[in-house]
Ligand binder design. Sequence first.
Ligand code: ADE
Ligand code: ZN
Length: 319
Amino acid sequence: MSLPKAELHLHIEGTLEPELAFELAARNGVSLPYADTEALREAYRFKDLQSFLNLYYELMAVLRTEQDFADLANAYLARAAAQGVRHAEIFFDPQAHLVRGVSLGTVVEGLWRALGSSEANHGISTKLIMCFLRDESADSALQTLRAATPYLDRITGVGLDSAEVGHPPVKFREVYEAAAALGLRRVAHAGEEGPPAYITEALDVLGVERVDHGLRCMEDPALVERLVRERIPLTLCPLSNVRLRTVDTLADHPLPAMLDAGLMCTVNSDDPAYFGGYVGDNFAALHASLGLTEDRLRELARNSFLASFLEDDEERRAR
Ligand code: ADE
Ligand code: ZN
């Protein structure tokens, strides 16, 4: 679907297609425990978030140099442009690279090689959101924020991702307070696998402006009412929810009910190399499986710009 849209929930490491993974593995002398791209694709049968995360972190071993991160981001931007993306707010997971001896500078400078010329090369404006891994310690998150000091001119906001259940938002109160003091925007994954209470906590304790996923808000009518009243955007990822089994099939996805309830929903791809499609594919699948009308799809595309961190003048240019 080429409707002009913004993508607000996209993990750059989750755009690593098998072909590029093997190319980078060869370039960097990294061996992958899969015979070929077909064998790797066979591993893309996830039973839950953790089973996906295991593979997601394993494949990051091929990302070593600035050029690797630049190539990764350029490949995403080219695909996104072909699907109508005009603006992308891109997550990255620094701790998953630092632990492998890849510096924050390598990651940010590498991504910036692609993002810095994205408007000219792909017609896509971009912003970077640095995520903390919630299954790592709060102290590690604080150290990561400190390590990002030299790059804050390139980082718009902070996010929270990885294994959700058992890692409530409150664990990261201090680092979110520090991020806010630095003028960073705040988002967090909440209510993907975790309970509705994590969504409330992300709003009240972390001060998030957008909730990533937020799917399980539908279990708590009072929370839905609040999200509607405060016009808190949710960055939904329908194909991701099917692949990670948070919904049984796309036809069972609560997105139509969420729109009917008045929630500010957006549609995004999360980790498109792993979940069967980029953002336009998510739009197309919603049309095909849930019968979402053109008007509804246009509403979702419009929401994506309204929910973005673009300033008004930037937003006009992006649309
Ligand atoms: N990291 C990458 N994709 C994620 C997801 N869908 N949920 C939590 N952490 C993630
Ligand atoms: Zn995500």
